[in-house]
Ligand binder design. Structure first.
Ligand SMILES: C[S@@+](CC[C@H](N)C(=O)[O-])C[C@H]1O[C@@H](n2cnc3c(N)ncnc32)[C@H](O)[C@@H]1O
Length: 228
């Protein structure tokens, strides 16, 4: 099979998976990757690392149902703006419901593969949570995003990873987290967090990298130029 059609099939499978998950995603996300995992606390930490101010313009890459939106809204207020990008129509439909039920008028959604998305220039911040390791060309997303950031703007990526020197049970925990979304063997072999880290170091400045929760997650933070 040609590489491009294989990539297309993988993408279609991922979209189908999230179409099935969309309706219950907000409930199940709280229990992911395992009940008790501080998934929401890490999300808060990621949004806080954006250093947002009232009026900021934020791009949420692979935004899903928009679980980051309330946290971002709290910081940017009604004069700010959010663009959420995702390739799964059903996830964006849930995000649209959230926008309408919250009465936000400053959020727009774009159905697109993150690697093909044309980032609007002048974004003050770019965030991606629990998604970028699923994007085969994550380096392109970082590259395009970094080029679109305004001077001093921040890019923050939070996702799961396999711990480096891990006890077997921890590796299995990581594997269990990813199994529903991707070929676990392919994901583990690809080690996408390493690609993301290298891309952030190449395309952004003042990059910090931490691996909380015994190395089962990573939080990458970088900026364009000097942090404002
Ligand atoms: C685990 S969910 C995370 C959603 C959200 N960021 C959150 O923190 O709850 C992963 C999301 O990534 C999206 N996604 C995966 N690969 C993508 C790609 N190549 N381009 C755009 N979205 C993608 C899926 O459609 C899904 O909505």
């Amino acid at each position: 099979m040609q590489a491009s059609s294989q990539a297309e099939q993988t993408r279609e499978r991922l979209i189908e998976t999230y179409r099935h998950k969309a309706r219950r995603y907000d409930l199940t996300a709280r229990l992911s990757p395992v009940p008790g995992y501080p998934q929401h606390r890490l999300r808060l930490r990621a949004v806080r690392a954006l250093n947002l101010r009232p009026g900021d313009f934020v791009v949420d890459v692979a935004c899903g149902t928009g679980l980051n939106f309330p946290l971002i809204q709290r910081a940017i207020g009604p004069d700010g703006r959010i663009v959420g990008v995702d390739m799964t129509d059903a996830m964006l439909a849930r995000a649209q419901e959230r926008i309408e039920s919250s009465g936000w008028r400053n959020v727009s959604l774009v159905l697109s593969d993150a690697a093909e998305f044309e980032f609007p220039t002048g974004a003050d911040a770019i965030v991606s949570t629990y998604a970028l390791t699923q994007v085969p060309d994550s380096a392109a997303v970082i590259r395009h995003g970094a080029a679109a950031l305004s001077e001093g703007g921040r890019c923050v990526v939070l996702d799961l990873k396999i711990p480096g020197t891990a006890p077997r049970w921890l590796t299995q925990l990581g594997a269990a987290a990813i199994r529903p979304f991707a070929g676990i063997d392919e994901w583990m072999a690809r080690r996408p967090w390493e690609t993301i880290r290298a891309a952030m170091r190449q395309d952004l400045t003042e990059v910090s990298w931490s691996e909380p929760c015994l190395g089962t997650a990573f939080l990458g933070v970088g900026s364009r130029g000097r942090t404002r």
